[in-house]
Design a protein around this ligand. Sequence first.
Ligand code: BG6
Length: 478
Amino acid sequence: MAFRDGFLWGGATAANQFEGAWNVDGKGISVSDLCTNGSLTSPKRITSEIETGTLYPSHEAVDFYHHYEEDIALMAEMGYKCFRLSINWTRIFPTGMEREPNEKGLAFYDKVFDCCRRYDMEPLVTISHYEMPYALVEKYNGWASRECIGYFEHYCEVIFERYQDKVKYWLTFNEINSGMQQMGNILSTSTVKGYSGTVFDFPDDPQTRFQAMHHQFVASAKVVLYAHEHYPDFKMGNMVCCIVSYPYTCKPEDILEAQHQMQYMNWYCSDVQCKGEYPFYAKRIWKENGVSLHMEPGDLETLKKGTVDFYTFSYYSSNCVGAGETAEQGAGNIVGGLRNPYIQVSDWGWGIDASGLRYSLNEIYDRYHLPMMVVENGLGAHDTVEADGRIRDDYRIDYLRQHIEQMKLAVEEDGVDLIGYTPWGCIDLVSASTGEMAKRYGFVYVDKFDDGTGDLSRRRKDSFYWYKKVIKTNGEAL
Ligand code: BG6
């Protein structure tokens, strides 16, 4: 068999896109609670306060908060060995600045993890997935300030202590490299006020962006170190959005540009978290962006010591960079690029490139030699419930099949160390980039729509039965 025994088959979600119950049981407001809905053609907005009459998709999302038993039972029915979810920081610390945690928030995740354990499902927990307490953004401009490091450490100490017997696998920040991108999800990514490019509409300021990321790196390294010292059983991982940029042509300039783009978008962050130091070309990147990073004494040592145990990443698509004067612009996760004429694109314009996953697994393993996990992958698509009640999502099955085949080749033929696979949005949830429900990823359909209507009932798609078989055969029956 290609995949090892105990391979972590499962699915992935994030609290702000999945849980709802945004103001229930003492939860505070997070940055994502201020993101309105949107669509491919009409971008979501980020408001500085909750506007009456405006739809905020995180507020109800698909209400995992009140459906967790049903949802985890559905995952168990598919045979999940692992469930990736995030803890919503504002359930535990409503403003991020309290000393005492909110007991009701802690109790919710106790119930969720206990439920996973009942089904022998390993929780894989993202500590911060686009949902920083908004109070920290208002008071400190979020991660632009070093103050957030201490608050984040305290949050982690509390959840580590509380869940030490229930959770072993932890990821510090979701897609930490989204901060490399000017208009990335940076506000919703929990970084600093003003980088939404929508409501606050501030000009880009790379100095603040890079400094904020430095603070996140230090925060991540500190909690990895703390976990290693106090909980030797824990496995601490990073999470990077894998951006695959091919040269548009074999023109030497295009090759160089692709290399620089890969360094910029992927390896800058990964090197810090896996090798414990900024890469040699960081100086060039800072220079090109007019950045002068401020570091406190001890930061470099912290980064050196707080390296992760395993590498996790999201992979959806690939793009091209280079001259391609006549090339069409492409879309993708976090960054666009030039459209690759050799591949198809999804309804949202993201290039579908399964080989790019094998390529990425090889590139990453070659650089870091760490066990890897693909913690997001999938096809955002329109689904239709047909008259007979079925959802025939063959397009999703095709996408996932092709990607699993490539993972298989990477393991079997190339020899990379892959420990798990958790496709994105295993139960339909809100899209992060557009704030819509119409872009569905799940094996399970949720009756919830962009106008906020829907009875939230769950329904198995065709892909549900297919994935169940994949897991049962450890990836042999595709
Ligand atoms: C990743 C994020 O960027 O991609 C998820 O970690 C997100 O939060 C996913 O939902 C898919 O992107 P989108 O925009 O289609 O929801």
